[in-house]
Design a protein around this ligand. Structure first.
Ligand code: ADP
Ligand code: GLC
Length: 487
């Protein structure tokens, strides 16, 4: 099939979180099955150019969005380890900003231009996609663009749309006055009318109404977002479209994330030889400037420090834990000031136990996954979550809240039967988190002898699981075939 995959971030080019990982690995996996996949994303300044050649595909083009003429060019590189072209839409006025996502007044325009450019590119290349695969609010206008402003072009006659929700917490809600600048001024009747009367538009909702199929990134999240507690105002619309809504668990990119081959690790290891993991722990603590003691468990965190990630539970639980137990904590992440302050203060108060790096660092993210003994992810909600899968593969049992993709991947460890791969709390509160942490520490025990053997069996339960995209890609093919039969 011919697939146009449009996303606001793609790992290896520009990434802030899991969307980037998926937008690199899924197209690569689809191409591996013989599909003709093309990826479109913005050209941000951070899109690395070193060692990569970009071919100019469109020297100059423009689009008039509600009286604002925007000029852009398009430059193609290939996705690493594949032949998949990644078309980067270059428009310095819109995309050369310090961060990928902004609070700027023209945020709607930035991603409207991406979507127009993606479809105009198909026209230039005479590329007739069977499926346009949109991701999150930044690309959610594609279904309605195809049904309206691009409907005249026979090129798109057979094109169908799939919209993947990676996070319903971000919807692209804007003042209705910006509607003309989406280029859909003449198609305003396609927006939700009641909202429009109230002076609002919502990119994600518009996509949910018009996409031929909707997917989200885990089966549990697919159910959760159809309920008011997790639907963030869109649950009723999703219930109405439930016959075309599918939860497909994300895979992980096994080229980048396998302890046997990981190029970013100082030592490699596997289920049958765990010694490299212990050396990674030593390296991690050395790099962090913390004392290395094999029998003291290291808790790792790698995360965007956002409300979603549940660190509000940590403000009293972690200081108490650190004051009363021999544990160490290594934290990597940036985000909201109050969480950065929490970890900064923990680092000051417990200098021999805690290190916090307020940074975005892929090598350190890998070292933390490999060198920690447990991984903490108390998310309030988690559409899928990749870090818990990385940590399972790296023999670092995760401690998680039972929600979304965490519920689909982490099974509570049962000491009696030896089954399970991590530690899970049901209710999102401090008691829950304290419970899961104490379960983890009691399973860790002395960290020696029989306790150690039991712990290693638990590690292996996680390492054995198969999380590769090969297991998932067939589910996407099924959705594509459903919307575009006969292809
Ligand atoms: P989300 O997409 O909600 O942030 P996921 O667990 O799906 O959560 O994906 C997060 C991805 O971003 C993982 O690949 C993780 O390693 C990466 N990541 C998050 N914060 C950092 C950081 N500070 N440094 C390096 N990688 C990070
Ligand atoms: C979002 C979600 C995360 C998911 C990722 C990739 O950022 O927060 O749970 O894993 O998208 O789908």
């Amino acid at each position: 099939m011919k697939v146009l995959f449009v996303a606001s971030e793609v790992a290896g080019f520009a990434k802030t979180g899991g969307l980037g990982d998926v937008a690199a690995a899924l197209p690569r996996a689809l191409a591996g099955r013989g599909h003709d996949v093309r990826v479109v994303m913005p050209m941000y300044p951070r899109v690395r150019t070193e060692g990569r050649t970009f071919e100019t595909v469109v020297r100059e083009a423009s689009v008039d969005l509600g009286g604002t003429r925007v000029h852009y060019s398009v430059h193609a590189a290939t996705l690493p380890d594949s032949k998949v072209p990644v078309y980067c839409v270059r428009c310095p006025g819109l995309f050369d900003r310090p961060s990928i996502y902004t609070q700027d007044a023209d945020e709607h325009l930035r991603f409207a231009v991406l979507q127009w450019a993606a479809l105009q590119l198909c026209q230039r290349l005479r590329f007739a996609p069977d499926v346009v695969h949109a991701n999150d609010w930044q690309t959610a206008l594609l279904p309605v663009l195809l049904r309206t402003m691009f409907a005249w072009d026979r090129l798109f006659d057979a094109t169908r749309t799939v919209l993947t929700i990676h996070n319903i917490g971000h919807q692209g809600g804007f003042d209705a006055r910006v509607l003309p600048q989406t280029g859909l001024g003449e198609a305003s009747h396609h927006f939700h009318q009641e909202q429009l009367r109230e002076g609002r538009i919502n990119f994600l909702l518009t996509g949910l109404l018009y996409a031929h199929a909707i997917t989200t990134v885990s089966p549990t999240y697919a159910r959760e977002i159809q309920r008011p507690e997790h639907g963030v105002g869109l649950d009723a619309f999703l219930r109405e479209r439930s016959s075309v809504l599918f939860g497909i668990l994300n895979g992980i990119d096994e080229l980048a994330w396998s302890p046997e081959t990981d190029a970013l690790l100082p030592h490699r290891f596997s289920e049958s030889d765990l010694s490299g993991k212990e050396r990674c722990k030593e390296e991690l603590l050395g790099a962090a400037g913390l004392p290395y003691r094999p029998e003291v468990p290291v808790l790792g965190i790698v995360s965007r420090l956002a409300w979603q990630k549940g660190f509000d539970l940590c403000f009293t639980v972690l200081p108490r834990l650190l004051a009363s137990r021999a544990v160490q904590l290594v934290v990597l992440g940036t985000g909201e000031p109050k969480y950065e302050a929490l970890f900064t203060q923990l680092g000051r108060r417990f200098p021999k136990q805690v290190v916090y790096k307020p940074a975005f660092s892929e090598p350190l993210a890998h070292l933390i996954e490999a060198g920690s003994d447990m991984f903490l992810m108390p998310s309030r909600y988690e559409p899928c979550g990749l870090n818990q899968m990385y940590s399972l593969k790296y023999g670092t049992p995760p401690i998680v809240h039972h929600t979304g993709g965490l519920a689909d991947t982490v099974a509570p460890y049962d000491r009696r039967t030896g089954r399970g791969n991590g530690f899970v709390f049901e209710h999102f509160d401090e008691t829950g988190l304290r419970f899961a942490l104490s379960q983890a520490l009691s399973a860790w025990g002395s960290g020696k002898g029989e306790d150690r053997e039991r712990w290693q069996a638990l590690m292996r339960n996680g390492m054995r699981a198969r999380f590769g995209w090969d297991e998932r890609v067939a589910a996407y093919e099924q959705v594509y075939r459903m919307v575009a039969p006969g292809r």
